[in-house]
Design a protein. Structure first.
Lengths: 311, 367, 548
């Protein structure tokens, strides 16, 4: 019994830990998609954020690492925005190129700077900061309130983004751009500017996600450590129905699925095929996509190049 | 346009180039320009990261084309899956379908091959081998049907659905190689090694080049001919260029055409997986594909979606990757540098196209 | 001018000129809108009504002229400026975000925080004060069109505008909704506001307007108190039955003159007066063809195959000799993509060897009717006889007829691509393309050229050539000369006549009434989804399509 409870608690804790970078990236992507831009170059911002964080943390500490991670994510997002927002090039093609570019660039730089085989770096990491009182709660206490500070930042960012989207004029304008650019233009909104800001915000969040991977989890940089999280973030946004709170919940589901292996090991269930459980969130996402048809779901202008009504 | 079924929201950034008289000529010119651009980008990168560009390029050349073995066993062997998956992407994009799911379709094709090898153990080897290829392709097509159906029936963006299907295929393989298809010793997460009799025959003795390369060339020519010469191929191109006009002026059944193209695309990617499995890896394992399906997007785009161009860019990319390994070994240059080169090429092409269509639009508005 | 105090005039536009390239859309147009009145702005399609009001709302900058608001000369650089000066506009195509609520749509464009409850209260407040019923929390996309329009109006009123411009507000509404809206407009003006009502519905104008201004070809040709005019007077002003020589382009002038003289005998003098403008022999020859249009039609039908009897010139419908009926529609009903019934029990027939014109103002259901006749859409009910293949030349050739990034050869091959099997007969198609390029004079055309590289006129000739090549038994054309220059227009018209003379049943819709009357042997006027066969007379057709 006790081991079962411990296992469950450990599983939840691992789920939140795994979910944190996913939720950060997905939250940014959510805002970007609400503005009509689907950024499959998110993976690039994550991996660049990770390398940026590694370098900066080694020089100036973990705090600087997070800042540098966000900045690196923004720089990559700027390239994406240059092509998609400014030139109105295809978002999918550009995103593919950005991902490829970032994976190659980080690998090259890392090996050039830190040696051919990438000798493991030791960099400062951020530890768990238990919230007094709350972390002692049964089952969820440690899972939710014995996490690094960046997770707590996420707890604030999710409702903040939800509030900003629904309760500010800027959020209203952003949603209008993602739905019906001509209507936004008629109301005096500048779609390119809105989309640029949204893409850069998503870049910053993805960079933070990369920094979290390095500074709060792995403790080192590994080539390709983003491991498809940029694509998972896109799935999370869909499953979360393009709403920040939904995105947070979907991220937990994906994090949970990824932590099942830990749970199964803790429970001694060796023979359960956890890959099938890993697949469940993606299957759910597909079902949500199919079920969402006919109802208001994705921003109507998502992925479109044209800002005029004709697109 | 998630909920508007049928037609793509707007056209692709890359204008396709097949079916025109000047196609092949401009293809040669463009391939040359691409190779030069790739070299320039690479040299700049090498200089920027403080490497000896001369030594690195020499190593690259040796690794890619330096010997008969390098050409056949490194460059061309790598080019085969890239070309097949590149054909898959090109075909889909020509129909206006943003299939970024070649990776998943390829994995499913390979997994099906591995499954058949396990199931059909007793059957005559040639029959099993052919079945693996055919059913592998069919499985890739079937995997694509899911995305095609979601698009037709529910208006789901294929970009999103194929990304999901890629993950599903990846986990499917992960489960198979730890479960039903795991090697008999049950130690490593991989399938049993394919018996020699079921290997794709080697084309040239003493090399690793298998007959898959001939199949690839034949398919590229076949796809090119089909797109250019047949009514079905023409319909596919027309739908990709302007679905509304194809439906109105040509009375083309757009939904049916899109479905066909999606299936054909998935089948080509599935075949890429089956060929790689029977011709190169002889086993299924977690990272069976080092992102062939994604690199294929670059291959197809740089070929401007031209089937024969895909052969050229696939060899270019195969050479880059083969050479990159030599470059890493001999000149200490990280091999991933080629990803940067590939990405830069895509962005250059996109920028050039965008610039071109802008000046065209400007020219139009002034007349 | 002096009988009203300057302060009483809310908006005054004087001598406003606006060109688009070589086309003069507004030619020293003027308009004075008084406080507390409804001012109807009337005119045919393309008369410049909307352009003039887009200038007033800051969406377009005039090339010349002055804009005064409350007597002060202003430059209205953008809609934002217009709104800040108390001018609001409701467009014909709504600028709403369907996925958002009414209050979100109304609040869009502001700064700072967005409080849904306050926004809803504001909507309720504005709507109540204006006497409009509107649910602030409803999702706009789920609302009927009438409610969407009220949302647009509230959106403008929420910015405290004192002058409201409504562009064809009743065009999208059901009759009951229209009546309701018109009553509201009247009441809104009576409350001390000013309303500009852009319309082509005479009845609406007479019913509720205080003042009426008529634009024709970019000029203000008529301004009067509504009480001093009637439908006939307005129709005359709109259609220009008294020829005033105000036409912009010599081409139009001549073609109109020739029409105007159908019942007269001055065509010779008109011809001579215009002859001097001709640039070269080629154009001169084309002009002569156009000018002698009626005469030659009569001559050819007199001397050649007796397909179409000549018009008597008295405005009676042309009587064709008994020919097979190729297209026949009986009480057909058609819905548009959104499920709205646009064709409501229309009946018509088209015989081989005649051009049947459909006259209608924008959005009366002709779009859907033409597609059904062309076999590109199906009616929901009614009986329809049509050949298996019908040639179709849609108005928006870029969207519906051409593959712009494909070659001319491929564009020709597109015809019937859906039914083709096996290999493409490229060599035959290449020969066909060469023939079409030659016969239809597609300038600079070659089989390998991209369709995008052709001018609009040559693109249209290519489409016509494709649709006419295999001598279709029926052909449906929609605004075939829109956006074309004179030379291309003449060529397109010739091609249509040739098709008719070759025995095709041709259905023609043109928003240019002159073109329609020039080409059509019989005319149906379409109004509100219903067809009425009308005598081929400019005034009668004009009246039928405006207020049938």
């Amino acid at each position: 019994m006790t081991s079962g409870l411990e296992g469950a608690s450990g599983f939840l804790e691992a789920s939140v830990r795994t979910a944190t970078p996913l939720a950060l990236a997905a939250l940014g992507e959510c805002i970007s998609e609400r503005a009509g831009v689907i950024n499959i170059g998110l993976e690039g911002s994550i991996i660049c954020g990770a390398l940026g964080a590694t370098v900066a943390a080694g020089v100036a500490g973990a705090g600087a690492g997070f800042v540098a991670g966000a900045v690196a994510g923004v720089v990559i997002a700027m390239i994406f925005a240059l092509f998609t927002v400014w030139m109105r090039a295809d978002q999918i093609i550009t995103g593919t190129a950005i991902t490829l570019l970032s994976l190659g660039l980080t690998g090259t730089l890392y090996r050039t700077v830190y040696g051919a085989d990438g000798v493991a770096l030791s960099i400062p990491t951020v530890g768990v900061v238990p919230v007094p009182g709350l972390s002692a709660l049964p089952l969820v206490g440690r899972a939710l309130f014995a996490q690094p500070l960046v997770t707590y930042a996420l707890y604030l960012l999710v409702p903040l983004c939800a509030w900003w989207l629904m309760r500010t004029q800027a959020g209203l304008a952003l949603r209008a751009v993602g739905e019906q650019p001509p209507a936004a233009i008629a109301a005096g909104v500048r779609p390119r500017r809105v989309q640029l800001e949204a893409v850069l915000f998503a870049g910053a969040m993805a960079g933070l996600a990369g920094a979290t991977l390095v500074l709060a989890q792995a403790g080192t940089f590994v080539e390709g450590m983003s491991a498809g999280r940029g694509f998972i973030a896109i799935a999370i946004v869909v499953l979360g129905r393009w709403k920040p709170l939904g995105v947070a919940a979907a991220a937990m589901l994906f994090g949970g699925a990824n932590s099942l292996q830990t749970l199964f090991q803790a429970m001694g269930w060796q023979n359960i095929p956890y890959q099938l459980f890993l697949a469940v969130p993606y299957l759910l996402t597909l079902l949500v996509l199919a079920g969402a048809s006919g109802r208001v779901a994705a921003p109507a202008a998502l992925g479109r190049r044209a800002l005029s009504g004709e697109g | 346009m998630l909920n508007a079924a049928g037609t793509p929201a707007d056209q692709l950034a890359i204008t396709p180039s097949a079916g025109r008289a000047s196609g092949v000529v401009s293809l040669v010119v463009r391939s040359f320009a691409l190779a030069v651009a790739a070299l320039v980008v690479l040299v700049l990168l090498l200089l920027a990261t403080g490497h000896d560009a001369g030594a690195a390029l020499a190593a690259l050349g040796r690794g890619a084309f330096g010997s008969w073995y390098a050409i056949t066993s490194a460059t061309l062997v790598r080019a085969v899956p890239l070309a097949l998956a590149g054909l898959a992407v090109a075909l889909a994009f020509r129909a206006g379908i943003l299939n970024v799911g070649a990776e998943g379709q390829l994995l499913v094709g390979a997994a099906t091959g591995a499954g058949l090898a396990a199931v059909m153990g007793a059957a005559p080897a040639p029959i099993v081998l052919v079945s693996m290829l055919v059913v592998g392709a069919a499985a890739g097509g079937a995997w694509a049907v899911i995305a095609a159906y979601l698009r037709q029936r529910f208006g789901v963006l294929e970009v999103i659905s194929t990304i999901m299907l890629n993950f599903l295929a990846q986990y499917l393989v992960g489960w198979l190689v730890r479960g039903p298809l795991q090697e008999p010793m049950r130690i490593n997460p991989q399938s049993a090694s394919l018996p020699d009799a079921l290997h794709l025959p080697v084309l040239i003795d003493g090399t690793r080049l298998h007959v898959g390369v001939l199949l690839t060339i034949a398919l590229a020519v076949g796809v090119w001919w089909w797109l250019k010469e047949t009514a079905g191929g023409f319909r596919l191109r027309a739908v990709g260029l302007n679905a509304a006009a194809a439906a109105s002026a040509g009375r083309v059944r757009v939904g049916r055409t899109v479905m066909t193209a999606f299936i054909a695309s998935g089948a080509l990617a599935g075949l890429a997986g089956a060929v790689e499995y029977t011709g190169v890896t002889y086993a299924l394992y977690d990272n069976f594909s080092p992102g062939y399906g994604f690199t294929a997007i670059a291959v197809a785009l740089l070929a401007r979606l031209h089937p024969l161009g895909v052969l050229v860019t696939a060899v270019l990319f195969g050479a880059l990757q083969a050479g990159a390994n030599a470059m890493q070994r001999d000149a200490g240059v990280p091999n991933v540098v080629v990803s940067v080169v590939e990405a830069t090429l895509i962005l250059l092409v996109v920028a050039a196209d965008q610039w071109q269509s802008r000046s065209a639009a400007r020219a139009e508005s002034t007349t | 001018m002096t009988d009203e105090a300057a302060g009483d005039v809310v908006l005054s536009l004087e001598g406003v000129t606006r060109r688009f390239g070589s086309v003069v859309a507004l030619d020293r147009a003027s308009l004075r809108v008084r406080r507390g009145t409804v001012h109807a702005v009337l005119g045919e399609n393309g008369a410049g009504k909307t352009t003039l009001m887009r200038v007033a709302f800051g969406l377009l900058q005039p090339d010349d002229g002055t804009i005064r608001l409350q007597g002060v000369t202003r430059t209205i650089a953008s809609p934002a400026v217009a709104l800040s000066l108390g001018v609001g506009m409701v467009h014909q195509h709504f600028t709403l975000v369907p996925a958002m609520t009414v209050s979100e749509n109304v609040a869009l464009g502001g700064r700072g925080l967005f409080d849904p409850r306050a926004a809803a209260a504001r909507v309720r407040d504005v709507a109540t004060r204006a006497g409009l019923s509107l649910d602030p929390d409803a999702i706009v996309g789920t609302l009927p069109v009438g409610a969407q329009q009220r949302c647009e109006i509230v959106k403008a009123l929420a910015r405290d505008v004192s002058l409201l411009i409504l562009d064809e507000p009743t065009a999208v509404l059901a009759p009951a909704e229209s009546t309701e809206l018109l009553q509201w407009i009247r009441a809104h003006a009576d409350a001390g506001n000013a309303v500009v009502l852009i319309t082509h519905k005479l009845r609406d104008a007479i019913a509720i307007a205080d003042d009426v201004t008529v634009l024709r070809r970019g000029r203000t040709v008529y301004t009067r108190r509504a009480s001093d005019t009637d439908e006939a007077g307005l129709a005359d002003a709109m259609l220009g039955s008294e020829e005033t020589g105000i036409d912009r382009k010599p081409v139009d002038h001549r073609s109109r003159s020739s029409l105007g003289t159908m019942s007269g005998n001055a065509s010779g003098s008109a011809s001579r007066s215009g002859g001097g403008v001709a640039i070269n022999d080629d154009i001169d020859a084309l002009l002569r063809t156009l000018l002698t249009e009626r005469g030659s039609a009569a001559a050819s039908s007199g001397s050649g195959a007796p397909i179409v009897a000549a018009s008597s010139g008295s405005g009676a419908p042309i009587v064709a000799r008994e020919r097979a009926t190729v297209l026949n529609a009986e009480r057909i009903h058609v819905r548009d993509v959104r499920g709205v019934e646009r064709v409501r029990g229309a009946s018509m027939y088209v015989r081989a060897g005649e051009i049947v014109g459909i006259a209608a103002v924008e959005g009366e259901g002709q779009h859907e009717l033409l597609r059904v006749l062309a076999g590109r859409a199906e009616p929901v009910s009614g009986t329809l006889t049509r050949p298996t293949t019908v040639g179709f030349v849609p108005e928006d050739r870029h969207r519906e007829a051409l593959l712009l990034d494909a070659t001319l050869l491929e564009n020709i091959a597109l015809r019937d691509a859906g039914a083709r099997r096996g290999r493409m007969p490229w060599s035959a198609l290449r020969a066909a393309t060469v023939e079409i390029v030659r016969d239809y004079k597609v300038r600079n055309g070659s089989t390998g050229l991209l369709a995008r590289a052709l001018s609009g006129g040559n693109q249209q000739k290519l489409v016509l050539g494709r649709e006419l090549r295999e001598a279709p038994t029926a052909l449906v054309v929609e605004n075939p000369s829109r956006g074309l220059d004179f030379r291309a227009t003449a060529a397109v018209r010739d091609a249509l006549r040739a098709a008719r003379d070759g025995g095709a049943a041709v259905v023609l819709y043109s928003s240019d009434l002159d073109e329609l009357l020039l080409l059509a042997d019989r005319v149906y006027a379409m109004h509100n989804g219903v067809l009425t066969e009308t005598a081929r007379d400019r005034d009668l057709v004009g009246r039928a399509m405006l207020s049938a």
